[in-house]
Design a protein around this ligand. Structure first.
Ligand code: ADP
Length: 238
């Protein structure tokens, strides 16, 4: 099933007299269950694209269809619901609440969802188990390694059982060993959990864990190809 379709997406930032054309008309589609890396140098438009696909911003021109419905036909309330229930986000800087336990951090998106409160604990425990951190459930972020923090952030993204996980440079702040674990986890979520994953990265090595790469340069898609030398990271998830 086609989950995401971008048709000639453009984004121009107007800042006084200066207009920056961050995206100049990009078209592509992503099917349910794909693992796609969006690659490109700094300033090429990757984050802008993520903001559009993640319902965080609207295009200047062009159309974005999510599950077959045009983004422009979603009200702000509907957009918030899609963001909360169908999309999960993982960031380079983890964005966890300090002085708050792993369990409470992971439960956070449920506060804004339609999931009944009596299911919150079970959902959060299950997401935390999925990332292999059940033994750290009462810890606070400052008591965890960088790799563990990112795994908590992934559990938080998973807790609403989203259709898509958007991961923006998820290994950017990690040592190579923790980075490999995080990539192994994303692969397991894709291959065993059936989640669609869109990974933003400027690193070829990281991108090779995905199945397909979209290369962006100067706001255009330069290449869209399957990854031939696919890397399989070891996963602790069985
Ligand atoms: P990347 O994620 O690939 O580094 P971005 O999407 O962040 O690229 O940026 C693409 C271009 O748009 C850059 O030239 C950047 O300076 C510009 N840009 C990004 N966000 C804004 C903004 N909010 N206002 C003005 N210009 C922006």
């Amino acid at each position: 099933m086609r989950l995401i379709e971008a048709r000639n997406l453009e984004k121009t930032y107007e800042d006084g007299d200066v207009a920056t054309h961050a995206l100049r008309g990009v078209s592509f589609s992503i099917d349910q269950g794909e693992f796609v890396a969006v690659m490109g140098p700094s300033g090429s438009g990757k984050s802008t694209l993520l903001h559009l696909l993640g319902f965080l911003d609207r295009p200047t021109r062009g159309a974005y269809f999510f599950e077959g419905k045009n983004r422009n036909d979603y009200t702000d309330d509907e957009s918030a619901r899609i963001r909360n229930e169908k999309l999960g986000f993982v960031f380079q800087t983890f964005n966890l609440l300090p002085r708050t336990s792993v369990l409470e951090n992971v439960k956070l998106p449920l506060l804004y969802s339609d999931v009944p409160e009596k299911e919150w604990d079970e959902r959060a425990h299950s997401a935390i188990a999925d990332v292999g951190l059940s033994h750290r459930i009462s810890h606070e972020p400052s008591q965890l390694s960088g790799g563990e923090r990112q795994r908590v952030a992934i559990a938080r993204a998973l807790v609403t059982k989203p259709e898509v996980i958007f991961a923006d440079e998820p290994t950017g702040n990690l040592d190579s060993m923790s980075g490999k674990q995080v990539m192994g986890l994303l692969q397991a979520l894709n291959e065993k959990g059936g989640h669609t994953i869109v990974l933003i990265t400027h690193e070829t090595y990281t991108a090779r864990h995905a199945r397909r790469a979209l290369y962006i340069k100067d706001g255009n898609i330069e290449k869209d190809e399957m990854i031939s030398e696919h890397l399989a990271a070891d996963s602790f998830i069985k």
